[in-house]
Design a protein around this ligand. Structure first.
Ligand SMILES: Nc1ncnc2c1ncn2[C@@H]1O[C@H](COP(=O)(O)OP(=O)(O)OP(=O)(O)O)[C@@H](O)[C@H]1O
Ligand SMILES: [Mg+2]
Length: 414
């Protein structure tokens, strides 16, 4: 429930935040569009008004009698002209809106300025100026322009609403997509802790049982109870290995840093295999190292990580073969890549388990039954390193016949 809450809240936050950002962008867009459109529409009208004002001022200043309107240029049909003299209205040209009874009502203190004003249900843009004792007003009805600005605004508001809904749906969808890998990583972490504690339960229960047993044998000798003590020691060693493996695995998952250096494969092969040559002798198994390489082949690898991968495979090969087992470690130069093969003739892996052996803590039922020690982390660590270093891993196995792992490692890892 708590887990669900965390993801739901984050998803909601991301959705709201991105929708708010889209909203603000659209709002700015709407304001700019309206301002620009309005100024474009009115600039044409204003220019017309100004031109006519200049024409009339010029004509009148050339001394033509303002009361004799013959000889004065004709007005464009959309301009209304009202001339008021000292003793009343001198002229109102023919129009639908004003006459000598109903004069335009300019706002206060707007002499020689273009202004917008209303009269009845109509809106106008106009300029009022004085010439001698004449008061001249030039006016244009702008209802259609205002209507087109309003229409533009309603289309903007409508698209605004549609876009906000789309943004809301999209950001919810995207936030779910973004949260998916986070959620998966979170789930993985939870399962990891659950699995790890589950794996620890059995050895801890064994140790506890043995300790209780020993506590009831007060006064008995260590000799008599050596079996119990050695079982406890082996469980503790198992726990120690589990602990260090878990640490390595989580480091690999979280950090994944690489340290590439150039080195010679010959020395590397000796370093990796030395211990197992001796182990093979002790366990009476054969361990062959086959080099299909030129002498002194150099590689650019992360020494420790690749060594760990190969050791994981060799350890498994030893663990899952019987006494007369045969293990081969083959290094093959393929030009761009080096192919490393670890091959055994051991117990093999069932086909249906071959995918799962790379999962954390997975161990085949057979090896659990046979009480072969291990915690099921080796191959998942190998997979993790392979992912970091871009190494291809191939597995071929047949139950009761043997197993072969191939690593295809680029000669130069970048
Ligand atoms: N060479 C092999 N032959 C047969 N089975 C194998 C081989 N290598 C791996 N397996 C199977 O895959 C399982 C997972 O191997 P992995 O190395 O991840 O864990 P482990 O060996 O059980 O424990 P550890 O973490 O100690 O290595 C093994 O338990 C075993 O069942
Ligand atoms: Mg292993």
């Amino acid at each position: 429930m708590r887990k669900k809450d965390i993801f739901f809240k984050t998803k909601r936050k991301v959705t709201v935040l991105s929708t708010v950002i889209v909203f603000l962008c659209l709002l700015i867009f709407a304001i700019i569009t309206k301002t620009l459109y309005t100024s474009i529409v009115f600039s044409h009208i204003d220019k017309q008004l100004m031109d006519e004002r200049n024409v009339y001022t010029n004509v009148l200043s050339r001394g033509i009698d303002g009361r004799d309107w013959r000889g004065i240029p004709k007005l464009p049909p959309n301009i209304i002209m009202v001339v008021q003299g000292g003793n009343g209205v001198a002229l109102v040209n023919q129009n639908y809106y004003f006459d000598s009874e109903n004069l335009p009502d300019f706002p206060e203190n707007t002499e020689d300025k273009i202004v917008t004003f209303t009269s009845g249900d109509y809106t106008f843009r106009g300029i009022k100026f004085h010439f001698n004792d004449l008061k001249i007003s030039l006016i244009i009805n702008v209802d259609s322009e205002i209507q087109s600005v309003n229409q533009l605004m309603s289309s903007i508001v409508l698209s605004f609403i549609i876009l906000i809904i789309i943004a809301l749906i999209l950001s919810y969808y995207l936030s779910s997509k973004i949260m998916k890998p986070v959620k998966e990583a979170y789930d993985k972490q939870v399962f990891f802790v659950q699995d790890a504690s589950h794996e620890m339960r059995t050895p801890l229960a064994v140790i506890r049982g043995k300790l209780e047993l020993l506590a009831n044998k007060w006064g008995d000798t260590i000799d008599n109870n050596f079996d119990h003590i050695s079982k406890m020691m082996s469980e503790v060693r198992g726990l120690e290995k589990l602990n260090s493996d878990l640490l390595l695995l989580s480091k690999e998952d979280v950090d994944g840093s690489v340290n590439i250096t150039e080195f010679s494969l010959d020395e590397f092969i000796t370093d990796v295999s030395e211990f197992y040559v001796d182990l093979a002798e002790i366990q009476e198994k054969s361990f062959d190292i086959i080099r299909k390489l030129d002498d002194n082949t150099k590689v650019n690898w992360d020494y420790n990580k690749i060594k760990r991968m190969i050791i994981i495979l060799i350890e498994n090969a030893f663990k899952y073969t019987k006494e007369d087992g045969n293990i081969q470690l083959i290094f093959e130069d393929l030009g761009k890549n080096i192919k490393v093969t670890v091959k055994d003739n051991g117990i093999g892996i069932k086909e249906e388990e071959q995918e799962r052996i790379f999962d954390r803590f997975f161990r085949s039922a057979d090896v659990r039954v046979k009480s072969i020690s291990g915690s099921g982390i080796g191959l998942s660590l190998l997979k993790s390193i392979a992912k970091t270093l871009d190494i291809k891993v191939k597995l071929t196995s047949k139950i009761a016949e043997g197993t072969e792992f191939n690593l295809l490692i680029p000669r130069i890892i970048k």
